[in-house]
Design a protein around this ligand. Structure first.
Ligand SMILES: NC(=O)c1ccc[n+]([C@@H]2O[C@H](COP(=O)([O-])OP(=O)(O)OC[C@H]3O[C@@H](n4cnc5c(N)ncnc54)[C@H](O)[C@@H]3O)[C@@H](O)[C@H]2O)c1
Length: 374
């Protein structure tokens, strides 16, 4: 992630310093950036002098002390609170008093990282999506300690890099990694219940619902180890709210090393000559799968709005620009009809009697009052 973010900043005209405590990783990053820039030249996206200028603005440094003149530092090291806190504590004394200290964490609380600094008002979350140069969305997460001035400055800088920023509350998963949970979780539940196989669920979500990738293809792409870990972290961080409960199916895949594409096997077999399983293209079954997963996604988006995680515009933009959803979920809810969404959720709740299927008060009140999101 660090190298992608560095590429974005250097392309926007900044001098960028990259530090990694593993010299081999630093060399790999340099090689990778050089390769990516060369490829952009081959494809005609940028010319050779531009590529050289971008690379020329990137400096690979061997000590944190080299950051002494930086105005913004974006930390993208290992996802470990203790290690991140130690780095922030060390950095704070070396950099100018007005330097913004940002973290790219996906799952840790920004407040807990900020607490490592004696001036925590200059710490903020700036969360990019992978790959950073291609994904437009960036979540900006002020911690409760962050000053309004730092929030404004940070957002302005990232906007000036051509990114779309959304401001979100410092809660587990921020917007995208919270609202997207049912895309995986409900698909896994449908599979575990034996309602449909993975190929059929993927077919329904791409062909009928219009998602670019089905949930199982996407989990194999992200890596089942990574996706399982995010789900588990979100579940624990929400004090074991049943809505975010991970699935044993994915846990077992992760334990077995069936991580997906990168290991050659996940929900699908990626070995040479392996035959792709054929979906059951039953339209009625497909629509039932879509209705169930989309209702759960809408419920999550509505609940994020209900709890003031972000504005309705930002929640919809986050899902279309951060993870390429075919439509904003709240706009989708308006199209389906809020009353229909509530009925689908209530039907699931009455069938299973699990807290996982409880309808957000946001949707229930809107249905009662005949309101729409937009
Ligand atoms: N991978 C993603 O899709 C993604 C997306 C958004 C955010 N993030 C977040 O970005 C961060 C980095 O993730 P990643 O996938 O790039 O991880 P990664 O493991 O690929 O890279 C982390 C790098 O940090 C270095 N490192 C570890 N400890 C260090 C220290 N004390 N000082 C300096 N360098 C140190 C490692 O050598 C490694 O090169 C995490 O916080 C992650 O949650 C990742």
């Amino acid at each position: 992630m660090g190298s992608g973010i560095a590429q974005v900043a250097a392309t926007a005209g900044h001098d960028v310093l990259i530090y990694d405590n593993n010299p081999k990783a630093l060399q790999r990053t340099s090689d990778k950036l050089q390769k990516i820039l060369n490829r952009l030249v081959e494809k005609g996206r940028i010319d050779d002098p531009t590529a050289k200028a971008i690379f020329g603005r990137i400096y690979f440094v061997e000590t944190l002390a080299s950051f002494r003149e930086c105005g913004l530092i974006i930390e993208a090291i290992i996802e470990d609170l203790k290690i991140k806190k130690a780095v922030f504590e060390e950095l704070e004394d070396m950099v100018p008093a007005d330097c913004i200290l940002a973290t790219n964490t996906s799952s840790l609380s920004v407040a807990s990282i900020a607490a490592a600094c004696s001036d925590s008002s200059r710490v903020i979350g700036i969360h990019f999506f992978n790959p950073a140069p291609l994904m437009k969305l960036v979540e900006i997460i002020p911690a409760i300690q962050t000053s309004p001035e730092v929030l404004e400055r940070a957002q302005k800088i990232i906007d000036s890099w051509g990114k779309l920023t959304v401001v979100t509350k410092d809660t587990p998963g921020f917007i995208v990694n919270r609202v997207a949970r049912p895309f995986y979780g409900e698909a896994l539940r449908i599979y575990e219940e034996g309602i449909a196989d993975v190929a059929t669920i993927d077919w329904a979500m791409t062909e009928i619902a219009g998602f670019r990738m089905g949930p199982f293809t996407l989990m194999d792409y992200i890596g089942n180890d990574v996706n399982y870990k995010v789900t588990e972290t979100v579940f624990q961080s929400f004090y074991y709210d049943p809505r975010y409960k991970p699935a044993f199916t994915q846990k077992r895949l992760s334990e077995a090393g069936y991580h997906g594409r990168k290991s050659g096997r996940g929900y699908y077999d990626y070995s040479e000559g392996a035959e792709a399983p054929k979906p059951n293209k039953d339209k009625i079954l497909g629509q039932q799968i879509v209705d169930r997963i989309v209702a759960m996604l809408i419920n999550e988006a509505a609940d994020a709005l209900y709890l003031n995680i972000a504005s309705k515009e930002d929640i919809d933009m986050a899902m279309t620009k951060g993870v390429n959803y075919p439509k904003g979920l709240l706009k989708w809810a308006d199209e389906i009809g809020i009353e229909t969404c509530v009925k689908r959720l209530d039907d699931l709740y009455h069938e299973y009697l699990e807290g996982r299927y409880r309808c957000s008060p946001q949707l229930r009140r809107m249905a009662r009052d005949g309101q729409t999101f937009f």
